[in-house]
Design a protein around this ligand. Structure first.
Ligand code: PSU
Ligand code: MN
Length: 307
């Protein structure tokens, strides 16, 4: 495929049947400031390697969807000012116009699946926005999770969203949501949202077995793993909720909606929390990377046993 390039290093890993873990790039270009964005991107790749898996960061470079960015390519992407946020609907345009773009959860899932990568690590997924029942602002991440069979390791979805409606939509899309060592859906900065999950898993092999059952039955939906932030690093929901309310009200006052809403809210919360949210973001990315790599390795071991 001319518009999708898989790095030699990743092709070799696939050929050697080593576990590969995909990573998104919106968190580098839109989610974190310099230099934390590059430092974290590199650190997350190293963590995955240490766990015995191969990291593949994904982005659009000059109209080519690249799976497995090099260090130089990550640095260059973070330095550029002309990087678009690319979701499913933007891919054909970005490719045809030769753009530079960072991929959202939805777009990264598509690229990972095309490259036969089964596991994908992110911070938090997009969801149904507050007021989404009227505005119809529902992230394309949710429909993607319903149609593309990769396993996404996340810290849940941010409390800037309506988490109850987000879980309802995931249920409609047929997406199993697995609480990792928790009975509750985590809220990104916070370990708890007050919303119960049906499925709890306690070790990576539990996840790998659910993935295998999904694949045996050729179900096309993704699996969402919800891995709560550590106790030491979390910002409790009661503490962050007033800040979220402030940011949502500002967005309304300034008429910010649609595509620009998620980056706007995240940026406002970063400022309002005076950087605390950034620390949490970095911590949970590292934690998700570790769990994603361990799950990919556990799945790999199940496949080798082949029973
Ligand atoms: N959630 C976060 N940080 C992010 C995003 C989501 O905690 O940076 C990004 C992801 O790339 C996600 C996208 O796929 O925002 C969702 O945007 P929208 O709501 O416009 O679909
Ligand atoms: Mn949206």
């Amino acid at each position: 495929m001319k518009s999708l390039i898989i790095a030699d290093r990743i092709q070799q890993a696939k050929y050697d049947r080593r576990p590969v873990v995909a990573l998104e790039s919106t968190v580098i270009t839109h989610g974190m400031p310099f230099p934390e964005n590059i430092e974290t991107a590199f650190e997350v790749e190293e963590l995955i390697e240490k766990e015995g898996a191969v990291p593949a960061t994904i982005a659009v470079l000059g109209g080519k969807i690249k799976v497995g960015l090099s260090r130089e390519e990550i640095r260059d992407l973070a330095d550029r000012e002309d990087v678009e946020k690319i979701s499913r609907r933007d891919i054909p345009w970005a490719v045809a116009a030769g753009l530079y773009g960072s991929t959202t959860v939805a777009a990264t899932m598509i690229a990972a699946h095309r490259a036969s990568i089964r596991f994908f690590v992110t911070g938090g997924i997009g969801g149904v926005h507050r007021g989404g029942e009227n505005s119809f602002d529902i992230s394309a991440d949710l429909t993607e999770l319903g149609r593309t069979p990769v396993t996404v390791i996340s810290a849940g979805a941010k409390a800037i969203l309506n988490l109850e409606l987000t879980l309802e939509k995931l249920e409609t899309e047929g997406v199993p949501v697995l609480g990792f060592q928790t009975d509750e859906f985590p809220a990104f900065y916070s370990r708890k949202s007050g919303l119960k999950l049906k499925i709890r898993v306690d070790i990576p092999q539990d996840i790998a077995e659910i993935v295998r059952a999904r694949d045996e039955l050729e179900l096309e939906n993704a699996i969402l793993v919800a891995n709560p932030i550590s106790r030491e690093a979390e910002i409790p929901l009661a503490e962050i909720e007033p800040e979220i309310k402030k940011a949502v009200a500002e967005a309304r006052d300034e008429d910010i909606s649609g595509f620009a809403l998620t980056p706007f809210l995240l940026d406002r919360i970063k400022k309002i929390s005076s950087g605390q949210s950034l620390k949490v973001n970095i911590e949970l990315l590292k934690s998700n990377a570790r769990l994603g790599a361990r799950t990919a390795v556990a799945h790999h071991n199940l496949e080798i046993m082949g029973d």
